[in-house]
Write a protein that binds this ligand. Structure first.
Ligand code: ADP
Ligand code: MG
Length: 728
């Protein structure tokens, strides 16, 4: 057997699970490495504490003098926990997190030194922005960026470093990161939703978006992962034949968690617990070696930070257990890919989930208001939602048989469909007292607090209502949730402002009662957004046809999906709500196009190398064995040899034809890359990579995978799917 593959397998087989001790109570560990309320009370002056709480709750500014108090307290706390360094922790547009560690340690002359961390260092830091992606922002604003503390997300200790969650902006204030637009979108939705929520309860002062993500991932033994250049460099397999047994039996989903994996999960959960990430569930997923982890939902900004932190943590913990975590959306062809469901809702400072049905007609009218407005927002901006989840890696999953299709649609279940159908019949204008009583008692009043459809909900919908929240299912496992969260909250904010305007207009100009006005506007919205609602099988071909008739978009790849981000109406929307300006939007569009081209370029290079340096030479070696065999047969059988070597001759020919296709496709792929690389426009280049380069990834793979089935297993150089997926 090929030596590397053989060694890797041996190593993987000999692994023992690490022993991870459970703490007596996880609750005692929870947040022990977080500068949370409890720690702040202990380490901050009363004034400083109140300032942070104000900043957190109502976005109040933190003054310089107070910042000094806070930083001193934070430093004392961090040092008491063994921290030696601090960093502003932020989320640049690369999709990972970034940190630049500085020591607390400082010399103060005459050979003396102290641990220092002042307000200035807490509030602002200046990393070199030139090496982060910044689209056009760099030309306009020089390569300088600042990170500034986001006091709505608490500082934490990671390893021996105090991490301060931060935004990353250029020195003119343009966002260079994911967090800044998210915070602005959350403010917008707070303003809009609070106004609307006050129709139903005057006491509401603030509305928070909530997010509960579900992270799917694959675990592969690290020796096996290391033996595959495609996994190491691209985070996914670019070739490999599906094993005889895949996920047909669904036995992994229901199976018990393997011991080694369980140890990893326990370890990860302990680390999460210390960092205040409230992880709650863990289980096997459908594909072999695929798992999921989900926390209890939190305020959206904090939840986004926690997911970013988790993804980083997963890699670190996996290393201890000799695993590699694959967060890629489609690491293996032919079996399920990974997603990151974003469960989203809105909740008030009075403790009400605005997407939760209630016990009275009034509460249900409130629920319907937010519910229908969300559907309307999704309807009006389906293309934008599609764009937020577009990436080179997610393209491999969307539209594939097990994943949400590239079409956005909302599933709401039969009970709510009936309710909306009834509401659609509401008369135009003022409602008669009878009609209103009828509506309140028999339609709105009949919505149960717990919806039955919740249990048999449609798994094929990209945006499903699941009882008291919407679940955005098309988000990729590798994605930063900030992007989809920014867009959902922006479009819903926009919609709620619109709704408020329309209702107020009817009240003022048409002299309607408040609930008459609300019913009237909601009725219109139900009619206008009908097309986005779909209760059937979202994976079926019939739906693609139907969606086309309805005029819904179906962009199957990233460059096409992204286009909407470069359009005037998108600029207007984000600008109007103060979420992003034109410069920021254009920069992002360019960055995403670049990122797309680069990913395809890298994958294409890797596959080209593997095909030429590993697959073709191996195939030739095996072919030579066959040729030798045929020669030997000729020696034995003389003229009669053809009868005995017919099959061998066929294999020799098959190998030749696969080699020929692989080699010529690699050559053509390289040519296509060269043509793409010299294109001036980022958009043209991305389209060229998509339409001219990417197709070769599939054809080259096809022939390599055919060779895998022909060539002697003993000499096949790459660890096979069955070994990657069934060795834990
Ligand atoms: P599932 O069957 O999909 O696991 P759950 O009810 O357990 O359904 O919820 C899945 C995720 O939804 C969890 O992360 C949970 O915290 C989150 N979730 C529940 N309620 C809300 C809410 N109001 N807002 C945001 N996320 C929520
Ligand atoms: Mg779910």
């Amino acid at each position: 057997m090929a030596i590397l593959r053989f060694r890797a397998l041996q190593e993987a087989h000999n692994r023992k699970p690490l022993e991870i001790k459970d703490p007596a109570r996880r609750s005692e560990l929870f947040g022990s490495n977080v500068f949370n309320e409890e720690a702040m009370r202990q380490y901050l002056t009363r004034e400083a504490f109140e300032n942070v709480m104000q900043a957190n709750q109502v976005g109040a500014k933190i003054g310089r003098d107070i910042a000094d108090h806070i930083s001193t307290g934070m430093k004392e706390w961090a040092i008491s926990k063994g921290a030696t360094h601090y960093t502003h922790w932020f989320q640049p547009l690369t999709g990972t997190t970034a940190e630049k560690h500085d020591a607390f340690f400082e010399t103060i002359g005459e050979g003396r030194s102290i641990e220092k961390f002042g307000g200035n260092q807490l509030v602002q830091q200046e990393p070199d922005a030139s090496s982060f992606p910044h689209g056009g922002l760099r030309n306009t604003f020089e390569a300088r960026g600042y990170t500034a503390w986001d006091p709505t997300s608490p500082a934490f200790i990671y390893g021996t470093t105090l991490c301060i969650p931060s935004v990353f902006v250029s020195y003119t204030g343009d966002a260079l990161d994911f967090k800044t637009p998210l915070l602005r979108a959350l403010q917008a939705v707070d303003r809009a939703a609070t106004k609307v929520a006050r129709y139903f309860d005057r006491n509401v002062k603030k509305v928070q978006a909530t997010l509960g993500w579900e992270q799917e991932y694959f675990l592969i033994d690290s020796a096996l992962a290391d033996s595959r250049p495609d996994i190491t460099l691209a985070g996914r397999t670019l070739l490999g034949h599906t094993p005889a047994k895949g996920q047909q039996l669904d036995d992994h989903y229901f199976g018990s968690i393997p011991t080694r994996v369980l140890a990893f999960m326990k370890d990860l959960e302990l680390e999460c617990t210390k960092l205040g990430v409230p992880v709650k569930t863990r289980h096997n997923e459908v594909a072999p070696n695929q798992f999921e982890l989900a926390p209890i939902f939190e305020e959206a900004n904090l939840a986004v930070d926690h997911n970013s932190l988790l993804m980083d943590l997963m890699h670190k913990v996996a290393e201890r257990h000799n695993f590699v975590v694959l967060l890629h959306e489609k690491p293996f062809a032919g079996i399920n890919g990974s997603g990151k469901h974003n469960n989203w809702s809105l909740s008030t400072d009075t403790g009400v989930n605005l997407l939760g049905p209630g016990t009275t007609p009034m509460k249900n009218l409130r629920f319907l208001t937010f519910f229908i407005n969300t559907i309307k927002a999704v309807h009006d901006h389906e293309e934008l939602l599609r764009a937020t989840i577009a990436s080179a890696s997610n393209d491999n999953r969307l539209g594939a048989n097990e994943a949400p299709p590239a079409i956005m649609s909302a599933f709401i279940g039969s009970q709510l469909t009936e309710v909306l159908d009834e509401l659609e019949k509401v008369t135009d204008g003022k409602l008669s007292p009878q009609e209103k009583t009828e509506l309140k008692l028999n339609v709105v009043g009949k919505i149960p607090e717990i919806l039955l459809d919740n249990t048999d909900r449609n798994r094929t919908s990209s945006f499903a209502f699941t009882g008291n929240k919407f679940e955005f299912r098309a988000v990729g496992s590798l994605a930063n949730c900030a992007q989809p969260m920014t867009v959902i909250n922006t479009i819903v904010a926009n919609q709620l402002f619109e709704f408020k305007k329309e209702v107020d207009h009817l009240i003022k100009n048409e002299k309607m009662k408040k609930d008459d006005a609300i019913f009237n506007v909601l009725r219109d919205y139900i009619k206008q957004s009908r097309n986005i609602r779909f209760e059937g099988d979202g994976y079926g071909e019939a739906w693609e046809q139907e969606a086309m008739k309805r005029g819904l978009s179906n962009h199957k790849n990233t460059p096409r999906a992204l286009k909407i981000k470069s359009q005037e109406k998108t600029f207007d929307l984000f600008e109007k709500l103060g979420v992003m300006n034109r410069v920021e939007l254009r920069a992002r569009y360019e960055i995403e196009l670049d990122e797309y081209s680069m990913r395809i370029q890298i994958e294409s290079r890797i596959l080209g190398d593997i095909a030429r340096n590993h697959i073709i030479p191996t195939a030739i070696r095996y072919q030579n064995v066959l040729i030798k065999n045929v020669r030997g047969l000729k020696e034995i059988y003389g003229d009669n040899f053809e009868k005995h070597s017919k099959e061998q001759m066929q294999i020799i020919e098959d190998i030749s034809s696969h080699i020929e296709r692989i080699n010529s496709d690699v050559t053509q792929m390289i040519e296509a890359r060269k043509r793409a690389n010299v294109m001036e426009s980022k958009e043209d280049r991305a389209f060229a990579y998509c339409d001219q380069v990417r197709p070769y990834l599939a054809t080259i793979r096809y022939h390599c995978d055919k060779l895998e089935l022909l060539v002697d297993d003993e000499i096949w150089p790459l660890t096979k799917y069955r070994e990657l997926l069934f060795t834990i």
